[in-house]
Design a protein around this ligand. Structure first.
Ligand code: SF4
Ligand code: SF4
Length: 56
C-alpha cells in the first residue's frame, strides 16, 4: 500500500519529497502522495521528522 500522510501532523517541511525516488510527493500546505507513483519504498517514512507518514 502507498504511503499515507497524516495531515494533522505534517508541517510541510518537504523532507519526504526530497528523498522520494519517484517524486510521488508534492508539498503545498501539507504533503500529498500520489498512490499511482508510490513504490512503497519507505524512504519518506524514515525521513519525516514528525512521523507524519506511514505505509498503510
Ligand atoms: S514510500 Fe517511497 S515511493 Fe512512496 S512516497 Fe514514500 S519515498 Fe516515495
Ligand atoms: S517529511 Fe513529514 S512533516 Fe515534512 S512534509 Fe513530509 S510528511 Fe510533512
Amino acid at each position: 500500500m502507498p504511503a499515507v500522510v497524516n495531515k494533522d501532523e505534517c508541517t510541510a517541511c518537504g523532507a519526504c519529497a526530497d528523498v522520494c525516488p519517484v517524486e510521488a510527493i508534492t508539498v503545498d500546505d501539507v504533503a500529498e502522495v500520489d498512490p499511482d507513483l508510490c513504490i512503497d519504498c519507505g524512504a519518506c517514512v524514515d525521513a519525516c521528522p514528525v512521523d507524519a507518514i506511514t505505509l498503510e
